[in-house]
Design a protein around this ligand. Sequence first.
Ligand code: DGT
Ligand code: CA
Ligand code: CA
Ligand code: ZN
Length: 576
Amino acid sequence: MPVHNSDISEVFNRTADYLDIKGENPFRIRAYRNAARIIGSLSRSVADMVAHEEDLTKIQGIGQDLAGKIKEIVKTGTLPLLEQLKRELSPELSALMEIPGLGPKRVKVLYDEMGIRSVDELRQAAEEGKVRTLPGFGAKTESVILEEIGKIKETKKGGLRLKLAVAEQVVEPLVGYLKKIAGVKEIDVAGSYRRRRETVGDLDILVACGQSCPVMDKFVGYEDVEKTLSRGKTRSSVVFRNGIQVDLRVVPEASYGAALLYFTGSKAHNIAIRKIAQKKKLKINEYGVFRGEKRIAGRTEKDVYKQVGLPWIEPELREDRGEVEAAQEKRLPRLVRLEDIRGDLHVHTTWSDGRSSLEDMAEAAKRLGYEYLAVSDHSKHVTVAHGLDEKRLSQQIKEIDRLNGKLKGLRLLKSIELDILESGSLDLPDRVLEDLDLVICSVHSKFNLSREKQTERIIRAMDNPHVHIFCHPTGRLINERRPYEVDLERVMNAAKERGCHLELNAHPDRLDLDDVECKRAKEIGLKVAIATDAHSLDDLRFMRFGVGQARRGWLEPEDVLNTKSWEELEGFLKRY
Ligand code: DGT
Ligand code: CA
Ligand code: CA
Ligand code: ZN
């Protein structure tokens, strides 16, 4: 059974966590964390590379030793070291570390001081008021822990939602495999996946094929399938080994469009469409549009929409957030597309914590057809990322000038990702910012300020007339870290007043701003920069996730800064 990159990364991270709790050598721990990060952000399947006997050491940052461990994980799904650590300490420490606010450091204290080895033991100790007595905990932390334990129970009930990028890694090979089966005429992944939601609950695949097509047998026999939940002629459900449920439905060609519309959803959109159909005395379902007994549409989505008097609606809009009314009034947006994007405005290189060189990043951007690429390494306050001080920044500027002299067709923009300090001041002086084409800034620490203080801090940063873009505006990490407390509407209005812009960070773990916030930014009249925050060549391809989220937020090319040519963009970067 193939192992996904995210599984490998998880094994490395777990191993690092356990070593941390055991109090092992920090360098050894860091090596595992680096490996997790590198594998987690690769766009190629490592299991595939192993299957093709490719040399893993050609992956940047992977040496002989790690290559051997990766092969071990691909083969067995785990590492002997991790299994031994689990036996030695407790297999349930992983679950403890997943509680927000409880990293390996705190779990170590719980384990060392009180011998807590599982979530249940922790809950009991917290309920008895014992946790607050531990060094670095306190009554507040104790009550937060109890609250979070309650939430785990709730989300477990609702089931795990997979990040879109992870779902993509699972579903693309599956679709490739199903497509090749003789008799398959059409295939689409419907549901939330097609609507490009940031996470998906399950995957809904739709196939049109003739009689006696073996697609169902091949589907349940697919190598990634761990369990078959149900199996029928027209519908089967299976669970993949990473826990995701995949439904396959087979429909006749004449109903394909109606079924695609139905299973793409959202449910709220479907209900809104059905209401319109009913007013026209039509019946609509997954088989077609019917007047009495007669099917009058069903072959394509477009036919179905047409019969209810609507133009085709882009899947990303189908959330019943005004798209049906907009369609009726012929004012649907012309959503931004990946091809509209002319450059990336936030990337890192080996000058700070990126894993690819400046020159390699430039070449990769050229291959993507970009006209410009902003080199925005971290500034000095972010020491863990080797942030640049004044001196190194001016060295980098010289290097960019040199490269710009020889790169044809791509312009490297001189940029920096400033760290916003707790006070709202920035960590490099104004005189160095004057030499840059683009200044972006973000919050990397002190996530727990009050809403008022966090909002003030960010607005104060934008008071600096050199700042152009405020990045990953809520700081959230999908499924991992909630947004910090901030009055985003105030931040947006302040940005607007100052001629600043907001980023939609396209990293699939962030997608920050989210869809609803993008729409709000547009309504306020702000422009959004869709940028990848790439730390490697492969990461540059995260742009597609950002574009998906922007489309869900109704953004059109004119709402997005990096659909403009550099000449136009330069105009937009003038502060008021
Ligand atoms: P997910 O899987 O939670 O990320 O979200 P979806 O949207 O993929 O939802 P899912 O998998 O439960 O169902 C796929 C689509 O099927 C859904 O978007 C709309 C349609 N659908 C499911 N149940 C109903 C229903 O009760 N009524 C209507 N009108 N449509 C439904
Ligand atoms: Ca679904
Ligand atoms: Ca489903
Ligand atoms: Zn960054």
